[in-house]
Write a protein that binds this ligand. Sequence first.
Ligand SMILES: Nc1ncnc2c1ncn2[C@@H]1O[C@H](COP(=O)(O)OP(=O)(O)OP(=O)(O)O)[C@@H](O)[C@H]1O
Length: 248
Amino acid sequence: MAAAVQVKNARKRYRKKVALDGVDLTVEAGRTVGILGRNGAGKTTLVETIAGLRKPDAGTARVMGLDPIADRARVRMVLGVQLQKAIMHYDLTVIENLRLHRSFYPEGRDPDELLEKLGLAPSRDTRFGRLSGGQAQRLSVAAALVGRPRVVILDELTTGLDPEGRRGIWRVIESLREEGVTILLVSHAMDEVARLCDHVVVLDEGRVRAEGTPEELVSQAGATNLEQAFLSLVGATEGELDTLKGAA
Ligand SMILES: Nc1ncnc2c1ncn2[C@@H]1O[C@H](COP(=O)(O)OP(=O)(O)OP(=O)(O)O)[C@@H](O)[C@H]1O
């Protein structure tokens, strides 16, 4: 199977802080891969490197064989990115913002259909500046998907959503999987990762500490579920995980 995303020996340092310490990652096309790690593990730096938003000090990143910095325009056509900080026009409505994103792509999704699927139809004509945190979050997911990308990066996609909102977004992700879209999911929510991901990468201090299917990680850690496996693999406490989830 061809790799949709390939990272080789990525290194990134911010002043004295090493964020990526030689990360290798291969995501086969059509896979849904979860990236786990405590705060500061390097998750956002890794996905921003894949998205071409950060230049690694060393190593390479490729998306569908393309360099995300040198081939920026082509990568933008195949990659949808939802990061923690969404960039939207404050004074435009939800549908206007989404149509604007749609306009960059020759073959995108129908903006109204996407709003319906993400439970945002009632806020269609609300200006971005008036949205709640959860609504803004859903719009950032919609914007990442509207160009019908083959590869999607979602960084804490259900942060701040109520249980119904989370389940709605999970259904959208599941339908993307069925379409064969490759998905990279950064999350602190173990239930989300266990449900959606067929492969999980645990980052710790800028390195890949463990990877495998959720079941493999559970058995590797001698745990009974993914949450326990994660805690044991990174040596974190349950209280710390609760804090991560609270922040998420
Ligand atoms: N622009 C920056 N300047 C300096 N240090 C940074 C910068 N961005 C990230 N860092 C540091 O690099 C490390 C990795 O950060 P990163 O955001 O990649 O972690 P993360 O796993 O995404 O964390 P979180 O779960 O908190 O989002 C952290 O120690 C962070 O403080």
